[in-house]
Design a protein around this ligand. Sequence first.
Ligand code: ADP
Length: 474
Amino acid sequence: MNVHSLRFRLVLWYALWLGGIFVTAGALIYFGLRHYLEHNLGSAQMQRAQRIATLVSRMNLIPEKNLAEEITTRFAPEASSRFIRVSRPDGVVIYESSAPLDQSFNPAQISPPPRQPGTRKETLTDGGELLLATAAASSNGAVRFFVETGESLAPALVELRRLLVLLAVGFVAVAGMALGGGFLLVRRALRPVEEITRSAERITSRNLSERLVVTPTGDEFEHLSQALNRMIARLDEAFQYNRLFLADVSHELRTPLTVVRGELENLVQEECLNSDLHERIGSTLEEAERLARIVEGLFAIARLDVGEAQVEWKVFDLAQLAASTSDQMLLLADDKHIRVTCIAARGAWVEGDRARLKQVVVNLLDNAIKYTMENGTIGLTVAAHDGKTVLEVSDNGIGIPAEALPHVFERFYRVDKARSRELGGAGLGLSIVQSICAAHHGHVEVSSTPGQGSRFRVELPLASTPTEQAGQKS
Ligand code: ADP
């Protein structure tokens, strides 16, 4: 799980926020209820204390010794788990109920009688909590007795604890539902982002005419897709302009270069030239030829990029083309005593421009020969499988450093500029290969280990054989 993803963070925040609300609401319910229960119990105790106080006020009618009997008969404190104590203002206790039947508190642990009316909460030494109310029994305006009543808070606390457990279970359930529901909601809400990302990934500088799918939802994602589409359209325009510019420039340069080369070739054949001048014209001719090759390369790339390769498409066997091309290049390999093995099983049909695809084989073999030492080996294989025609050129030459691998298909990129120049390269060969593959709906990739060799793999869509095609047409 990606913890940095928007989905994860949104779900986490949502669950934390909902959890926070639940905990706050739970705490408010718990403490509010506890306060309410204590307040109610306090009022009930005070009412009871006042009723007993009224009874005790009539003590001049009842002898003090009858008090215990009277209270037990009327209020049964032990049976109803209550505490009752009557004391004089000087602190002398004249009645105190005994321990309740359910042993919910021990009267001996209760502090001495207070000297004024009111309610109080006492924590006994055994940890139990007691709520006590004190009322004054007066006659003729003078306080004669203080009456205390009390009750353990334990039953109320048990209920509160049950509520707490319920709240905790509810919290876990709510948190689970919030996480699950939040995940589903966020996934649904962010689905358009995934779609936009997927279609955006498909768009490269080679298919800028494609656009993102715009779902007419009227939401922010629709606006985002439209804005991105407008941006892609502007990029497409800029790229088209660049391609056309490159095509125009390289086309315009071809004619004057041909004239320059022709003139230089004529000049170099002049017999009246001294050897120094002859040499200088010769090297200028070499540079002009190099320049012509670069311009031709650029012109080829530009034509492929503006989509002109489609004109001469035919179905043919790439295996046969690769085999004949490698035969033609054997002389070049022989110069360096390089062994070229070609394993090309017939039936690797492709649809495309024969001359361009021949150029792919030539460029890859040419590189393999250039960058392989004397007595090296080069392998060329062509095979058709899984709906693809795969051509591979491998060598045991100098290889390509890992940091250079992602750049070798870029225009004018050369790992070792001086060496490549020396070998007649301008860094356009692989760019042309890539452009031709892309124009044929295929692609080229490379793997290499410095010092051990390189492998270039071209994948093209397998075409149906000419007989199949004829069958389809009829
Ligand atoms: P160049 O005309 O310089 O050969 P390419 O575009 O054909 O240009 O190749 C780009 C660079 O990739 C080359 O300069 C070379 O460093 C490297 N390269 C290409 N093919 C091979 C190979 N078979 N072995 C080693 N390096 C290679």
